[in-house]
Ligand binder design. Sequence first.
Ligand code: SF4
Length: 369
Amino acid sequence: MMADRKGLREHVERLRALSFKIGAYRPPSEGGSASLLLRVTENCPWNRCTFCEMYKGHRFVYRPAQEIKADIDTVAAIRDEIAAASWMLGMGGKITREAGAALLAEGRDLIGNSSFSTVFNWLCSGGRTAFLQDADSMIMRAPELVAVLEHLRETLTSLTRVTTYARSKTLARRKTQELRMIREAGLDRLHIGLETGDDELLARVRKGVTRAEQIEGGRKAIAAGFQVSEYWMPDLGGRERRRQHAENTASALSAINPHYIRSRPLVPRPGTPLFEEVAQGRLCLSSPHERLEELAWMIGGLDVTSRVCFDHAMNAWSDSGGGLLFRQDYEGYRFPDEKPLVLERIREGLAVEESKHVHVRELMAAQSL
Ligand code: SF4
């Protein structure tokens, strides 16, 4: 037993010395699958959207492929140390909560070690999915991204899905052949922030892309074989522009017909220009019912075969029983079959007294907790 403890301590020592770069952000669906997080670039190469606080104050860093490959090797080394500890504990190499508890009993500080905890949680959930950070991985030169993906797939063979964030503008600029190469090297799904399909609103929020480029980028990605997940932002245009926002978003998404459409209602974040617009009364946000009406116009205008998802806490409208109006799972509603159901849910939400819904002010407070 003493010898086992000594061996375990040695594993803990080696785990303490292993670290790789991990960023702060990933989509909720990647959190749900405990995806391995790998930072292939740092921050956002655009960083000018007026509603976004995610990477403000941080400059974009283009990481060399060699550095990212070394991070992948570190992930494999952490995986192997944990598996070896599991063998030592008589658990046959299985990565379980018991194996984790035994390691933490020997090195309590590992609990605050993000490299260890990310790999451990990823392995515990099967080690199947990975998410490449940060805001626009497709900006990497295609041969370098391909080399990183090939190394990732060769080294971490349990992976069955690799995803990333991408800007439509970057996708629109990419050659189709490059997109195909990246897809074939093992990148499966792209999470794209469309936000709105309305050109006036895109310019107002400084998204740095036009509606035509959004459509072109999404379509090119789908043609290259990617699964595409597009995010739109209810209430981005406020009360004044909600009709044009809803209608032009519906028509842009219908033109793309992505695999997933995900709702992320606007919550102004302190420190952003949009927050100031709201604070100074230059942008008037919609009430809960007005947001639902906007949703009805947008959903009503969709002509897609996508999954429409409300997989975020900000989609917090109430139904008549006081429960959540929409399912918040990651696979969402199957369109067109479930479009009437979603429209029915919206009608139900509109029949609920407005004070019973969570208002954006409460969402802002919840976000700042
Ligand atoms: S492109 Fe995305 S990450 Fe970059 S500033 Fe805009 S919303 Fe934020």
